[in-house]
Design a protein around this ligand. Structure first.
Ligand code: SF4
Length: 107
């Protein structure tokens, strides 16, 4: 079972990609940008653990909003690419569910 550490999940996000989005702020970032808005995402051991399937079940509840607005899911952070296996598996599951994906990374 692939899991990730996540800082927080924001529903009804409007600025991190097209349409209405669920924005998942992944835990962990190795950069230290001077004007970082999310320094509490830096610690790779912080946040909470969630599996791909648990996150898919949460996200699927918003499909009606995605479909009417051209939205979907954004993985942000932190830097999602510090947990690449999770990103790959989660996005594959999103595609199976017909959910649009966006990756917000410093990479
Ligand atoms: S890449 Fe993003 S999360 Fe990481 S320090 Fe910079 S602004 Fe903060």
């Amino acid at each position: 079972m692939v899991t990730a550490r996540v800082h927080s999940i924001e529903t009804m996000g409007l600025v991190d990609g097209p349409g209405i989005r669920v924005v998942v702020f992944m835990q962990g970032c190795k950069l230290r940008c001077a004007y970082c808005h999310n320094p509490d995402t830096w610690d790779q051991k912080g946040g909470f653990e969630i599996s791909v399937e648990e996150l898919i079940q949460k996200v699927k509840r918003y499909k009606i909003y995605f479909n009417h607005s051209g939205g979907g899911v954004t993985l942000s952070g932190g830097d999602p690419l510090l947990q690449p296996e999770f990103v790959i598996e989660f996005f594959k599951r999103c595609k199976e569910e017909g959910i649009h994906t966006t990756l917000d990374t410093s990479g």
